[in-house]
Design a protein around this ligand. Structure first.
Ligand code: WT7
Length: 638
């Protein structure tokens, strides 16, 4: 068993051991899994290249640990519960044995369709159980899954498929979110025009919307399952993987260029996602865990699929949105399935808060024992609302800081054990060695200080590379400060040594917990024919955390501003997806630039925030007059 932390003293002891003897510490955790062959070497690393290898020589398959290994002990216990978008639609439940069978069946489908170890497979699906099944089936045969969130556009999917040279896509005809029906297959068809590497598309039936099935390329999920059933293929031997073989790629935004494919590997990710799941949420056997994220994000990978299943837990997945049919939906789900652990995002909490307390009437919420928060800093008001109205002051809140790149939770209270402070992710988990540095890369020591958050020692769940471009990985994360992993976040360490994440210090936005690069949005806006140039910054938004503010220079003949705004929004939706649509578009005749042509975003950020009293030094600007114009036309908070 993974060593479970039961008290603050045990946390401190575990932490100390993890720093003094990291290899022994993580080897102990890794012992609890099923390995076909044990590792030869726990850790070999340098942050220079970087080269990070955990459990080298170890052989395993993560799905044997998620499924096979539970069959004797808890084969008939519930692994997965699924709640549909429509509350009238019947729920679905899978025991570990049922999930095992479904995964084996679909793994055989993948093989029958030519997929093999090492192939990259793109998964673009709604939040239905088959999404989790597809993920696990890929892992079973050693194919590398690249899940793309169902809200991304055809162009975004094409970029990701091309970057990873995927040979197969798994999708569905359509999907539901609230009152909306999403035409997933049609989006895939548009994407694939640009993707000759894709030889096969497997399409699940979900919404029965009309789709075009391309001969020789597209097949139905259900037909393929029937084939393997007729052949009696109910088992599928798991592919033997090296601990450092790739498990999955997940694309995420950075401050420059297109999203990069963060790579996670089999052994380390397995140990880390399970360790953090069991300890942070203090998971007890039999508890129902409800993580409200989409599997298209790392939170869903680690805390809907892998962490819970590795731990033999019951994981609940929900297809819909928190506000449909009404703002009581989460609470209905909690009561219906007696959810014990609820893990959601501050943006969802703030959105639900805005409906007042009516949606909570008649909801018990008495099954809840632990609450989690993830994705962005949680403001004190939301923290207290969550604590009072959802947790009834009986449930510890764990504010979990981590990233796509970290694979699992890094800094967070151990639920019910670490004393909490609203707004604070509190203390690092065992194995995590955070350090704060100033601009010059000098360590900021002691307490009551702030700086840029870095990590100075590897942990098993960390990224190994960015797919197809290792140099980009080095430049992005390991070159800013020598021998440190740089997170991109600013951070404060208070007098008690508690960590509070203050937000990104690079050009990355966090909109409703979704990570978006300003450069990406600018590139999309600039694609619109009437746009000459644009600059995008974030500004505080009451529900989304950050909103997107775009300053746009258009061609002189622009006459209908409102129509142009709509056209720009449409363009961004097409190029990236609706989540990247700017909240505000201000047309300007110039942008504040230095003499060397660099846009001074600091000034634009202040204007977007509505804080124009002190714009700092503008003397280095090429044309200080432009600032006056932008100031006077600023679109102030709604
Ligand atoms: C960025 C990572 C892995 C979680 C989902 C988002 C911000 C995440 C917190 C938190 C303050 C947080 C950071 C981080 N962030 N959790 N508890 N408190 N900020 O993953 O898309 O990779 O984004 O989200 O800025 O760098 P992601």
């Amino acid at each position: 068993m993974i060593q479970k932390i039961n008290s603050l003293e045990e946390y401190q002891a575990a932490y100390q051991k993890s720093v003094a003897q990291p290899e022994a510490f993580w080897a102990d955790q890794a012992e609890s899994f099923t390995w076909r062959k044990k590792w030869d070497n726990v850790l070999e690393w340098n942050f220079r290249e970087p080269s990070i290898k955990w459990f080298q020589g170890g052989k395993l398959n993560i799905t044997e640990n998620c499924l096979d290994r539970h069959l004797n002990e808890r084969g008939d216990e519930t692994a997965l519960i699924w709640e549909a978008n429509d509350p009238e639609e019947h729920f679905r439940k899978f025991t570990y044995r049922e999930l095992y069978t479904k995964v084996c069946q679909f793994a055989n489908v993948l093989k029958n369709n030519g997929a093999k170890k090492g192939d990259r497979i793109c998964i673009y699906m709604p939040m239905v159980p088959e999404l989790a099944i597809a993920v696990l089936a890929c892992a079973r045969i050693g194919a590398i899954h690249s899940v793309v969130f169902g809200g991304f556009s055809a162009q975004s999917i094409a970029d990701r498929i091309q970057d990873a040279q995927c040979s197969m896509v798994i999708t569905s005809d359509g999907g539901y979110r609230g009152t909306k029906e999403i035409q997933l297959k049609s989006v895939i068809d548009d994407a694939l025009v640009q993707c000759p590497s894709v030889k096969r598309v497997i399409v699940l039936t979900r919404s029965r919307t009309p789709v075009s099935m391309i001969k020789g390329r597209d097949v139905w999920w259900e037909d393929e399952i029937k084939k393997v059933e007729t052949l009696g293929m109910t088992e599928c031997a798991a592919e033997e993987m090296d601990a450092e073989d790739m498990l999955f790629i997940l694309y995420t935004s950075g401050s420059t260029g297109k999203p990069k494919g963060v790579v996670h590997t089999c052994g380390g990710y397995m140990v880390y996602s399970a360790y953090t799941f069991q300890n942070v949420f203090q998971y007890n056997p039999g508890e129902v865990h409800f993580c409200t994220a989409d599997i298209g994000w790392i939170t869903g990978h680690s805390y809907i699929v892998y962490g819970p299943l590795l731990s033999g837990a019951t994981s609940l997945m929900f297809e819909g949105i928190p506000t449909w049919p009404d703002a009581g939906r989460f609470w209905d789900i909690v009561d219906k399935y007696k959810v014990n652990i609820l893990y959601t995002a501050p943006t969802a909490i703030r959105s639900l808060m805005s409906f007042g307390l009516d949606p909570l009437k008649g909801k018990e919420l008495s099954s809840l024992t632990k609450l989690g928060s993830v994705g962005e800093p949680i403001n004190e008001e939301a923290w207290h609302w969550y604590d009072e109205h959802i947790g009834k002051k009986q449930c510890p809140i764990t504010d979990t800081w981590w990233q796509t790149e970290t694979g699992g939770i890094m800094i967070a209270p151990i639920a019910g054990i670490t004393p909490t402070k609203p707004g604070y992710a509190t203390l690092p988990l065992p194995g995590i060695q955070p350090i704060l540095v100033d601009e010059n890369g000098k360590e900021v020591q002691g307490n009551g200080v702030s700086g840029n958050l870095c990590i100075k020692f590897p942990w098993p769940g960390m990224l190994r590379t960015t797919y197809g471009d290792h140099e980009r990985c080095r430049l992005n994360y390991f070159s800013t400060y020598e021998n440190l992993y740089f997170t991109g976040d600013g951070c404060l360490r208070d007098e008690d040594g508690y960590y509070r994440i203050t937000g990104r210090v690079d050009d990355v936005l966090n909109v409703s917990g979704h990570r978006i690069g300003t450069a990406e949005v600018e590139n999309a806006i600039n694609m619109y024919s009437d746009v000459i140039e644009s600059a995008v910054v974030g500004y505080p938004h009451a529900v989304k955390g950050q909103g997107i503010y775009a300053f746009v220079i258009c061609t002189p003949h622009l006459n209908d501003e409102e129509l142009t705004r709509k056209d720009i929004l449409m363009t961004v939706s097409r190029i990236i997806g609706p989540i990247a649509k700017p909240d505000k578009i201000q047309f300007v005749s110039g942008l504040p630039k230095t003499r060397s042509g660099k846009i001074m975003r600091r000034i634009l950020r202040k204007i977007a925030e509505g804080d124009v009293s002190n714009l700092g030094d503008t003397s280095t600007l090429l044309d200080p007059q432009v600032v006056e114009e932008i100031k006077s036309g600023a679109l102030l908070s709604v």
